[in-house]
Design a protein around this ligand. Structure first.
Ligand SMILES: [Zn+2]
Length: 318
């Protein structure tokens, strides 16, 4: 998709200058007609950039006992990495601390300055892994795509009509502790300002499926439209119902949407025909295991889903 360039319209100054050059008198120079607000096209998200974030999360896990789990050093190091990128890109970041199972956890929230703060489009992923492994698909993939989308907002100088907020949750693997803490801490007024919460938890599964959250029809359609444009058939997401950070938002009455490429459910023959990959095998055989490393990623799924994250963020906020 390319950015559409609106037709060049004469400004008041050029109209006046033309009148002067032709010897006419200018009693009144019409103000420049307002250029109609064109919806900005979402940028393509470079999958190499998303993979660079995954490589960094992998090296953080490797240097911190093999995981990025709640209460472990790799979790805080992951947060510091993401926060430093966002701070350098001009986001207003804040860290919300909480305690779960006797250990400190963190939510990272990043606001992009501008836009109507009465209408917030929020995008999130969980930054903690299980303690068994580095959690690169679960949920390094969603964390990295969300980060790269936020960085693309900065890189392109995007001025959305709505306000953009991004979040990286702590302690999802302990029962969505971080996202519940965040939602519970919002006033009723602040909850009502969030017009959409988009969740990305596992979007690079090695034997991937293309599942779209079916919780909200308008948000579901936004993602379906993107994949229709790619010629990829999607299915409603059912495996993760209530099992990720969108659940606290949905329970608070906030419209939720998102993508999922599959965990330990088995790919059917029909799904393999539709999406490729191997039937009779889990979408992610390394789900919650030590082998959920940077080798446990399907680049094509990660690429398409990362682009879909940006498409939804741009489409819903412009
Ligand atoms: Zn997860």
């Amino acid at each position: 998709m390319t950015l559409s360039v609106p037709g060049r319209l004469p400004t008041a100054l050029t109209v006046a200058a033309a009148a002067l050059l032709t010897g006419g008198t200018v009693a009144w120079a019409a103000p420049a007609p307002a250029t109609p607000r064109a919806a900005a096209a979402a940028p393509d998200i470079p999958v190499a950039n998303v993979k660079a974030h995954l490589a960094r999360l992998q090296s953080i896990a490797t240097a911190n006992g093999g995981n990025r789990a709640h209460g472990r050093s790799g979790n805080k190091a992951s947060l510091d990495y993401v926060k430093s990128k966002l701070d350098a890109a001009g986001f207003a970041t804040s860290v919300q601390q909480f305690t779960s199972s006797g250990r400190t956890g963190y939510n990272l929230v990043a606001d992009w300055p501008g836009g109507d703060t009465g209408h917030v489009v929020m995008t999130g992923a969980h930054l903690d892994s299980v303690s068994a492994g580095p959690g690169i698909n679960d949920d390094g993939s969603g964390s990295a795509a969300t980060l790269e989308t936020a960085l693309a907002v900065s890189r392109t100088g995007y001025h959305p009509a709505k306000h953009l907020r991004f979040a990286w949750w702590g302690a999802e693997e302990l029962g969505m502790v971080g996202s519940r803490t965040y939602v519970n801490g919002l006033s009723a007024a602040d909850r009502s300002k969030i017009t959409a919460y988009l969740n990305f938890d596992m979007i690079g599964s090695p034997n991937p499926g293309y599942f779209v959250y079916d919780d909200d029809p308008a948000l579901e359609k936004t993602f379906q439209d993107y994949f229709t444009g790619l010629g990829i058939a999607t299915e409603p997401e059912t495996e993760g119902d209530g099992r990720s950070d969108h659940a606290p938002f949905k329970n608070a009455g906030i419209p939720v949407g998102g993508l999922f490429s599959g965990a330990d459910y088995i790919k059917t023959a029909a799904q393999a025909t539709k999406w490729g990959g191997t039937s009779g095998r889990a979408f992610d055989r390394c789900y919650h295991q030590a082998c959920d490393t940077s080798a446990n990623i399907d680049d094509t799924a990660l690429d398409h889903d990362s682009d879909a994250v940006a498409y939804a963020v741009w489409t819903l906020s412009s």
